[in-house]
Design a protein around this ligand. Sequence first.
Ligand code: SF4
Ligand code: SF4
Length: 79
Amino acid sequence: MRACIDCDITFKVQYCCGSDPDTKKSVDLVLADGLVVSACPSLNRDGGCNQYGSRPDPCKEYIDCPNLEGVDLFDILYA
Ligand code: SF4
Ligand code: SF4
């Protein structure tokens, strides 16, 4: 399972990357299909995090995300 990697970006901005957890800032992000979503400034239009290696600690703890369906996030990210 690759839940976070394959996660739809519109789902992602609802549950984990809608704003920066430290600064609370968000910006308009224009997706490939023209849809504009409110997102963390570090989220890119491909759904990746531009500061993944140094992302804030809360970004490592989205274990309650319903899209993960009980799967251990650590296993997904580091397997
Ligand atoms: S934590 Fe949830 S919403 Fe965020 S990328 Fe992973 S599966 Fe998607
Ligand atoms: S810093 Fe990266 S992982 Fe954290 S909310 Fe922003 S885009 Fe998502």
